[in-house]
Design a protein around this ligand. Structure first.
Ligand code: PHB
Length: 389
């Protein structure tokens, strides 16, 4: 071999060992709403992303991570998310698309992930079918059927027979209501009414009156957390539904830690099912919540912050397997079957669906050290998304 061919052979060997990738920073396009009604989603996801990077010297899979943040507020306008994702790919030349606070954003960007052959890491958006919209999608957050089936089973076992369903009029609402109905009626429960409300700024008054008149044992609800959740609970109490003995059950989006203080003490006693609670007892969560409190003393960590943190954890673990290669086919193959211990508990990426399998906890709102907290008291381990069945 002459010198030239020896150097060429060396370059091939280095590339195979990951050396060729390690030199370049890894560009991650983070697409989240940072303003408008769902600004808290972007804030929390970004907190999680930054905490992971701070704890790992800014490196993922041996490469320096460079975050390119784009605000796709309101997060519900697919055309806005799509345009910004195109910019991330074409102008910013990102290696990976990540973030996605709400379902319309993830739906709109899925075809871009396919066309541009970029991995797409979903850190929050939770309509079940999102992962089916591109082979390049992997999700670390949750799905609404995954978080709605357990509360339906719990309700049926705990004396609730007649339920009225109130859901936001878009994918996650349909998924939550549909799965609740399926699990609850299979267990002998009855659905006595169903309403869909606008995703932003609904006037809950007329809906609450209809529910009051139907006299159910409980209302099952899903609303994307925010000011609407606080308004809904205020109306629920002011119109006397709680006083009538009507219970409220829901996936844990209802009492998540970013909004629970705004809801206030009327949240006490609410039972929900969810994959993450700030009060979760584990060494991983103790470390996560301590780092969060130090970095963001004015905020409380919620499931979206954990989604951002675990999204980075997934990227780190997948790139470690590929030697830093972020090409979609290599990255997705490496992501399939990954397992790690999240602040929420043990999680796995299902190799068939690229969706997250995790423990879903049943929790009750209590005051711990003067703070409203979701306290876990029962759990469904290794729970896969029933929406894929
Ligand atoms: C969604 O739009 O997919 C979504 C938003 C907020 C949630 C869950 C899902 O809490």
């Amino acid at each position: 071999m002459n010198l030239k061919s020896r150097l060429a052979a060396l370059a091939v060997a280095l590339a195979a060992a990951g050396g060729a990738w390690a030199a370049d920073p890894l560009k991650i396009g983070l697409l989240v709403p940072m303003s408008g009604p769902f600004a808290a989603y972007g804030k929390q996801i970004q907190h999680g992303v930054d905490l992971y990077l701070a704890a790992h010297g800014g490196m993922v899979g041996g490469r320096k991570a460079e975050i390119v943040l784009k605000d796709d507020s309101p997060g519900t306008a697919g055309d806005v998310s799509k345009r910004l994702a195109q910019e991330l790919v074409v102008k910013d030349k990102v290696d990976i698309l990540a973030g996605f606070g709400l379902t319309p954003s993830a739906f709109a960007v899925a075809p871009i992930a396919t066309q541009a052959q970029k991995p797409m890491v979903v850190m929050n958006a939770a309509t079940s079918s999102i992962t089916t919209k591109s082979p390049n999608i992997v999700r670390v957050s949750m799905t609404l059927p995954q978080n709605s089936a357990p509360i339906a089973a719990w309700a049926a076992k705990n004396g609730i027979q007649k339920v009225f369903i109130l859901i936001a009029d878009y994918g996650p609402g349909y998924d939550a209501g549909g799965q609740f109905k399926k699990t609850f009626t299979a267990a002998g429960g009855q659905i006595v009414g169903e309403v869909k409300v606008p995703v932003t700024n609904p006037d809950y008054g007329p809906f609450l009156q209809r529910i009051k008149d139907a006299k159910p044992d409980a209302v099952f609800n899903f609303l994307p957390p925010g000011a609407g959740t606080v308004a809904f609970l205020k109306g629920f109490n002011e119109r006397g539904l709680a006083q009538d003995g009507i219970k409220l059950i829901a996936p844990g989006d209802l009492t998540e830690e970013d909004i629970i203080d705004a809801i206030g003490d009327s949240a006490l006693g609410l039972v929900t099912s969810f994959h993450y609670a700030e009060s979760h007892q584990s060494p991983e969560n103790a470390a996560f919540t301590a780092a969060y409190a130090k970095a963001y003393p004015k905020d409380r960590p919620n499931f979206m912050a954990v989604g951002g943190y675990d999204g980075m954890q997934l990227i780190d673990l997948a790139l470690t397997k590929t030697g830093g290669n972020a090409e979609a086919d290599k990255f997705i193959a490496a992501a399939k079957g990954l397992k790690w211990t999240s602040p929420r508990g043990p999680i796995t990426i299902d190799p068939n669906t690229r969706d997250v399998v995790q423990t879903i906890y049943i929790r009750k709102v209590e005051k711990l050290d003067g703070k409203l907290q979701n306290v876990e008291f029962d759990s469904f381990a290794n729970f896969a998304d029933p929406g894929k069945e």
